[in-house]
Design a protein. Structure first.
Length: 441
């Protein structure tokens, strides 16, 4: 009896844990401490991670959603969060791509798919904040359960939330166009209207707010870049560009970097808003700059990725892709990762712009999604409805080996249990005389 009980316990434990080990194992020397919890990684939206990065286009896994994955991705606590134009927020295992949960947001008939989910999920503590349709949602990061939602009178919602000091900052296409919401309740704490929506030239905010030193920086469709007091929403300064500003700012070393539909990349003094420099690309700049090691990286609708000197704006290098670049670059381990409307994901040497690798997704579909880099893996979505994870081949190899080892162990345990049970049953089925005879022998 004890033998049978032990066998059953062993079988249950192995069945429950061996396959989990095979797929979610962590490797010695790998960078598993990093995350990418919001658009462009941090509150200042620098787009730079200290994570290691893959040197090849080896795919660890893919996951197919029900719609275009255009919004930027975030990664926190071993989970990838992705918005899809099927109006769902997905939580996937960062190691395997397995679905953990999905939350269906409310669609908005006045602005239907394929532009339902442009907002990047933001993870703060145990909560995910994201915009979809014309609503901001707060979800439990582990279960996907709805905690609260905030729905302005109008929409749509393109901006990605930024969370700091108990407030959720996000842009809208209603009044106020910049909102600060209580992170726990969703209540509006303060709002700032960049320009009345129904006035001449009225517009909203698609740009995602960045925060640095108690100041909120954000672009607006009325051609302006704004700096607001993060606590009160009071205007500190604004700067006028030549066209709409849907690019999101990056703040580094006292300078705000941002693009405009007037084809320029701007560097502004973070304290005063004074122009430091501007650089003219050949197309609209929808992409948001990343800043690392004294260089600003940004895409343009002229099909190029640019690297500019952060202090002077001088061109360091440019790389021509095969399509427009709305994707916002991510920088890690000396590599720039970015998507293009040619359907490819690019990895470029951050110093020289030399192509290290690229990957062709389901062309003719675009890759407008902005990548996330965490734990040595690059995550990005595409217009082919997929989320991709690129990482070292060694991870796939070790997982495969562990999987087969797990299969062998489980099969051996089952065989042991069956043999032990059969022997026990045979012994019990022997007549009393036969059992007595065997004992005498």
């Amino acid at each position: 009896m004890r033998l049978r009980i032990a066998a059953v316990v062993l079988l249950v434990l192995l069945s429950a844990n061996t396959f989990q080990l095979a797929f979610d194992v962590k490797f010695v020397g790998a960078d598993y401490s990093s995350s990418w919890p919001m658009f462009h990684d941090d509150l200042a939206h620098t787009g730079y991670s200290t994570s290691t990065a893959p040197t090849t286009n080896h795919i660890l896994w893919t996951y197919t959603t029900g719609g275009i994955v255009e919004s930027a991705l975030s990664v926190a606590n071993g989970t990838v969060y992705a918005g899809s134009d099927d109006a769902k927020v997905y939580a996937l295992s960062a190691a395997t791509g397995n679905l953990l949960w999905a939350f269906k947001t409310a669609t908005w008939s006045r602005y239907p798919a394929p532009y339902v989910m442009d907002s990047c999920p933001t993870v703060a503590g145990d909560t995910v904040y994201v915009g979809s349709g014309r609503t901001v949602y707060a979800l439990n990061a582990t279960t996907g359960a709805l905690l609260w939602n905030y729905t302005p009178t109008y929409g749509p919602m393109f901006s990605s939330p930024c969370v700091a000091n108990g407030l959720v900052y996000v842009g809208t296409y209603t009044e106020p166009t910049i909102c600060a919401l209580n992170a726990t309740t969703g209540r509006l704490v303060w709002g700032y209207t960049t320009q009345p929506l129904y006035a001449a030239g009225g517009s909203g905010v698609a740009s995602s707010p960045a925060i640095a030193d108690g100041v909120v920086y954000v672009g607006s469709d009325n051609d302006l870049v704004f700096a607001l007091n993060a606590t009160t929403g009071t205007l500190i300064w604004n700067y006028t560009t030549g066209d709409e500003v849907e690019s999101s700012p990056a703040v580094a070393n006292g300078v705000v970097y941002i693009g405009s539909f007037d084809r320029n990349v701007y560097a502004l003094n973070a304290t005063t808003g004074a122009l430091v420099w501007e650089y003219a690309t050949g197309g609209l700049v929808y992409s948001s700059p990343a800043v690392a090691s004294g260089i600003v990286y940004v895409g343009s609708l002229d099909d190029n990725v640019y690297a500019l000197n952060a202090m002077t704006g001088a061109l360091v290098w440019s790389y021509p892709t095969g399509g427009t670049v709305q994707s916002s670059p991510a920088v890690a381990d000396g590599v720039v990762f970015v998507g293009s409307a040619d359907g490819r994901v690019y990895a470029l040497n951050a110093s020289t712009g030399t192509l290290m690798w690229n990957y062709k997704t389901g062309w003719p579909y675009e890759v407008d999604c902005s990548p996330a880099v965490a734990a040595g893996i690059v995550y990005i979505g595409g217009w082919d409805d997929k989320v991709y994870a690129f990482g070292p081949e060694s991870q796939s190899t070790i997982r495969t080996v562990l999987f087969f080892v797990g299969v062998v162990v489980v099969v051996a345990a089952i065989a042991f249990f069956v043999v032990a049970t059969v022997r026990r049953e045979r012994k019990r089925s022997l007549p009393e005389s036969a059992r007595a005879k065997k004992i005498e022998q």
